[in-house]
Design a protein around this ligand. Structure first.
Ligand code: ADP
Length: 190
């Protein structure tokens, strides 16, 4: 199964994605984790990515599409994958469609985790204290939410147009949200 997990920063994508991928027997590919790892290990990509991450801005589409093209070649076992944090722009969504077409594959489901803005801000500020992520400061959080609204919201319509968008309530306990997500991807668009 090939899944694109959608939702704003703080919606809980990272928390849910690994468990969901494990349950479905597919790989979890998270662009944010890849980029933070590149920064931490000081690779060329990491040096380039750091300023974008620190500001909460998106890296250029082509950089991300090159990385994801390589990752899909290396890690897409044929069982499928769960993408987390990608695509984030219309250009990336179209680029992903092209990557899929080239491989004779297609995305099966695009669950969207929905969480209200005050709850998102509360969660992101809470995470800043616990995890110490450098992009979880009030100013950068504000920018990431603005970038999400401007760049990423339009791709919801892209997947709705493909008939694979599934809206999932992202509020409640982690377990409740997980069960809703699992049900959504197993049962498809209802
Ligand atoms: P969030 O929890 O805010 O959704 P992520 O961990 O997914 O954050 O991503 C952290 C940062 O990594 C983003 O703010 C952005 O700078 C960069 N990034 C991650 N994925 C992408 C992408 N698909 N395109 C461009 N930049 C990205």
């Amino acid at each position: 199964m090939r899944i694109v997990l959608l939702g704003p920063p703080g919606a809980g994508k990272g928390t849910q994605a690994q468990r969901l991928a494990d349950e479905l027997g597919i790989v979890h590919l998270a662009t944010g984790d890849m980029l933070r790892h590149a920064v931490a290990t000081g690779t060329e990509l990491g040096r380039k990515a750091k300023a974008y991450l620190d500001r909460g801005d998106l890296l250029p589409d082509q950089v991300i599409l090159d990385i994801m093209g390589e990752e899909l070649d290396l890690r897409n076992s044929g069982e499928g994958f769960l993408l987390d944090g990608f695509p984030r722009t219309t250009g990336q969504a179209e680029g992903l469609d092209a990557l899929m077409a080239k491989r004779g594959e297609r995305i099966d489901a695009a669950p969207l985790l929905k969480v209200s803005e005050p709850e998102l801000i509360r969660r992101l500020l809470g995470r800043a204290t616990i995890e110490g992520r450098s992009d979880d400061t009030a100013e950068v959080i504000h920018n990431r939410l603005a970038v999400y609204t401007r760049e990423t919201l339009p791709i919801i319509e892209h997947y709705r147009g493909h008939g694979i968008l599934i809206e999932v309530d992202g509020e409640g306990t982690t377990e409740e949200v997980y069960q809703r997500l699992l049900h959504a991807v197993r049962n498809g668009v209802t």
